[in-house]
Design a protein around this ligand. Structure first.
Ligand code: MN
Length: 519
């Protein structure tokens, strides 16, 4: 296969400006940008240098555009496809650097000793794809596939850019991962790789291709010193990192769903869920030992001080004036970090931080208590009819437990008070007409077996269950958007559990509740 090696667009001298600027060639024996490589191979080369600098790391370099594209890998590259190595992209190095070994003086950039760890040629596997890419184009695209012909590193490797850069980070983070092929090996003993990564419950249809492939580590390895203390060319990454723990632990014993399945679930639904969480102060419902009798379960409003600094906080006092640093869940890293901390259900405000007093939507919360679910359906349909008649768009979802949520975007003037008053005005005639089935009485003893139609949650400081979150039920049920056609006396909200909801959500073309997220 022909491997494109150079592109005319990027002269090496320009690419090597950063390399030159970092080094004083009167002091270091490293080759300057102008150095000519000793010998050229017809195939592009790769080299891995073990660099004993202030922190030991491996410099992984691939020839492209007349330079060595370079990544600093804090741990030894592995032939095990399960092992994902952080690879921090660093400045391009001259081709002649492939032959460099020896000492870099202390006090100079990268001071320490460089050993040749592995070298050889490589084949750019992206050149053979349907849309062929040069190596540089693959780097730009954030996905590199190469076949390495080295002494230690043999076979296909992937470099995948991870999207967790923070503004101001100049060095993109990648993962270096061995692809599965004849050269792959396991470094983890006898258990089958990914063997625990399937959702076991219900039907075989629920296993899916993505769940087997997920990285064990989110972000990257934990830095042991802050970035500011890094002195060589490894920028110690800026801390957006954690490892998933106890993934095999059973979280829902009744349906054999593990913590790993829960992480996978939330990763899969993140694109749908995040718009409902973003910029809303969130109360976390945490069950760090899973959903079982006697296991700890608590509500967490205040973000613990030991949570990483990249988990955003929003200060907002409680009704009694106690200061609270609410967690904001604005991206998938934070979402999965919290899930790993045992957060099972996320309960956001109905409003966002920029317009705290104005809810994005109005919630009609139908709680059956001791009533039959068919009565919940009747009342939901009555509200639906009332809202339709008023020309107000309206949506329905399961609460994830025993009730239904009917929601309407709040498009009128005014904040929570106006929204709550409006909701009460919609609810009142429904409750009057279906007085034997529905009540707005808060006290359970006063409900008399009727469905509780609750509109008082439309208030600042209150939170609601958003769509797509798991609930703390024995069968891992999910708050699931429904089509109004599905809201019939036959509707069974227990059907919407993790194994059965995942394929349904994957088939969604778009979030049916997106209109509730924009205000
Ligand atoms: Mn280095």
């Amino acid at each position: 296969m022909a491997t494109p090696r150079r592109s005319k667009a990027a002269p090496a001298t320009r690419l090597l400006k950063a390399y030159d600027a970092k080094r004083d060639f009167a002091k270091t024996a490293e080759p300057p940008a102008t150095a000519k490589p000793r010998k050229r191979s017809t195939e592009p080369i790769f080299v891995v240098q073990q660099h004993h600098a202030s922190r030991l790391h491996w410099d992984f370099r691939l020839e492209a555009d007349g330079v060595l594209k370079s990544w600093a890998v804090p741990k030894e590259p592995s032939l095990d496809p399960i092992v994902k190595r952080l690879a921090v992209q660093v400045e391009d190095h001259p081709l002649a650097y492939a032959n460099f070994k020896g000492k870099i003086p202390q006090g100079e950039y990268g001071g320490g000793t460089v050993y040749l760890w592995d070298r050889g040629t490589y084949t750019n596997l992206m050149a053979g794809k349907g849309k062929p890419l040069t190596l540089s184009e693959s780097i730009d695209a954030g996905h590199v596939e190469v076949d390495l012909h080295g002494e230690k590193l043999k076979g296909a490797f992937n470099l995948v850019r991870i999207h967790n850069r923070r503004a101001g980070d100049s060095k993109p983070n990648w993962l270096l991962i061995k692809a599965k092929d004849a050269n792959a090996s396991s470094s983890r003993g006898p258990q089958p790789a990914g063997g625990s990564a399937r959702v076991p419950a219900k039907s075989s249809k629920t296993t899916d291709r993505k769940t087997d492939q997920r990285a064990k580590t989110r972000g990257h390895v934990k830095p042991s010193v802050p970035a500011s203390q890094a002195t060589d060319d490894v920028l110690v990454p800026s801390a957006r990192s954690f490892e998933f723990t106890n993934e095999d632990k059973i979280w829902f014993p009744e349906v054999n769903v593990t913590k790993g399945h829960v992480i996978q679930y939330y990763e899969a639904v993140a694109p749908l869920l995040l718009p409902h969480l973003r910029d809303r102060p969130i109360t976390l419902e945490r069950l760090p030992d899973g959903v079982r009798d006697g296991a700890p379960r608590f509500w967490q409003k205040n973000t613990p001080a030991h949570y990483p600094s990249w988990v955003p906080r929003f200060a907002f006092p409680t009704e009694r004036g106690k200061p609270v640093a609410y967690t904001l869940v604005n991206d998938v890293d934070v979402l999965l970090y919290l899930v790993n901390q045992g957060a099972l259900t996320f309960h956001p405000f109905l409003s966002r931080t920029a317009s705290l007093d104005r809810p994005d939507y109005v919630l009609f919360d139908l709680d059956p208590g001791d009533a039959a679910f068919a009565n919940v359906v009747k009342i939901a349909r009555a509200i639906h009819a009332a809202l339709d008649a008023a020309g107000t768009p309206n949506f329905v979802k399961t609460s994830g437990k025993s009730g239904l949520h009917v929601m309407a975007p709040w498009a009128q003037p005014g904040g929570y008070d106006a929204a709550r008053a409006w909701a009460a005005g919609v609810a009142e005639p429904v409750v009057k007409r279906l007085a034997k089935l529905a009540t707005t009485a808060r006290l359970k003893s006063a409900r008399g077996g009727r469905v509780y139609l609750d509109v008082v949650q439309n208030a600042l400081g209150h939170h609601a269950v958003p769509p797509y979150v798991l609930r703390a039920t024995p069968t891992a049920t999910v708050s699931t958007p429904l089509d109004w056609d599905e809201v019939t006396p036959k509707l069974d909200p227990k059907k919407f559990d993790l194994p059965r909801v995942l394929p349904r959500l994957r088939n969604l073309q778009r979030d049916p509740l997106l209109a509730l997220t924009t205000g």
